[in-house]
Design a protein around this ligand. Sequence first.
Ligand code: FRU
Length: 485
Amino acid sequence: MEWTQEKRYLPYNKWDADTLLHLQAQAANSPAQMHYHLRPISGLVNDPNGFSFFNGEYHLFYQSFPFGAVHGLKSWWHFKSKDLVHWENLGIGLEPDAKADSHGAYSGSAKQIGDKLFIMYTGNHRTDDWERIPYQIGVWMDKDNKLGEKEILFKNPDHISEHFRDPQIIEKDGKYYAILGAQDEKEKHGHVDVWSSEDLKDWKELGFLDFSDKDMGYMIECPNLVEVDGKNVLIFCPQGLDKSIADYDNIYPNMYVVADQADLENHTLMNSSQLKNLDDGFDVYATQAFNAPNGKAYAVSWVGLPDISYPTDNENWANCLSQVKELTIENGKLLQKPVDAIKSLRENEQSFIDERELTTKAGQQYELKMKISAGQKGNLYLQANSDLSENLKLSFDTENGELVLDRSKAGEVSANYGTSRKIVLAKNKDLDLDIFVDHSLIEVFVNGGEHVLTGRFFTNQDSQKIVFDNETSYQATLWQMKTIL
Ligand code: FRU
């Protein structure tokens, strides 16, 4: 099908039900489809949105174009959960049905205020001349998931270009703040813009967030500020960031800084660190984090990137979300760990000590938790076929503190941005790996979440061997993971 502009922006009610059912079946039945991660019910998924705790449950939406594997007219698709692992599909949660969001209900956030959920997002509107107007919109959702009237809160001020989106709503010291991704009109540089309001109706701009003296590229998308163990972590996507400021391999990076304090009134982060990649793998972007009432900080990422195609595009679906990660700061380092409830998906436990070949039938949904002893060097092949011509390779050298994830033989993956990712670890230490595989998604949590490597791969689903190329001293446990969707 040719995706003309008209087709991409066709109102949802102009699509027929049979087409949607067919697309849903195509997504559900694809061998590459994920089964214990949030995945497209149909079409394309991108950013997580509205990650929040409301009325006793976690709510999470994602950007969705349900009619194909392209970035068309976006809506929010809605899920809820009691434990951040088992999710209930609630269907479309926010439709682009107003003039202000006529060309997409773009990314945003949500927060329980009183007995309702306040959703703040960007309405992407285009005029007849295709000029973009980014309206920041507020809408209340009640306990029956019913939405009230959409209200335009503000649009881009004159000094900000049409690239102004992805508000995160924050409540602090009895006041509301919103931080947004922005590009200034004059220099066309990326910023995080801070706004405040007493009543969620009247908003005023406070100014660009001062968190670095470096140039942040041409646009910042999806900024999020969360408190983690007494520090303030800003997670954001600086597009066009110069690699001398912080090196990265993906087309666009998802970075973070850790600051001692956030003074939003003066739009400043105090004593913020250098920029770092949030994920060291191939496919994480637009991570959204929030502070839950239980005092924890949770994050979830889009596994996919703008302007990158994937083989399932041919099956009319694309991308997924990561598992939810708990953020902590230990010994000054930001850690990302699987939430405890992920253990409830484990079944059929098997243990291994030092065997070269663990299994030829690992399945397609598993967790492999492993400790490789210090002083070793070798390769661990996952999702391998019998002659290892297909595999996902983890190369470790604990003496020199190196770990490489290589997907060059892992089926049809984009090679434009390199096929391996390397991380540097402390030397001569045991290596802890917590590896999650879900059909075409791998997430590797390294040394208790000091690093995470996330990536898609597209090996044959029958390639299920797990094997070391050398004698290796290690201990491992393998579990099959139950299906959630
Ligand atoms: C990031 C992004 C956001 C925007 C949304 C549109 O991936 O471009 O900036 O709100 O996707 O789907």
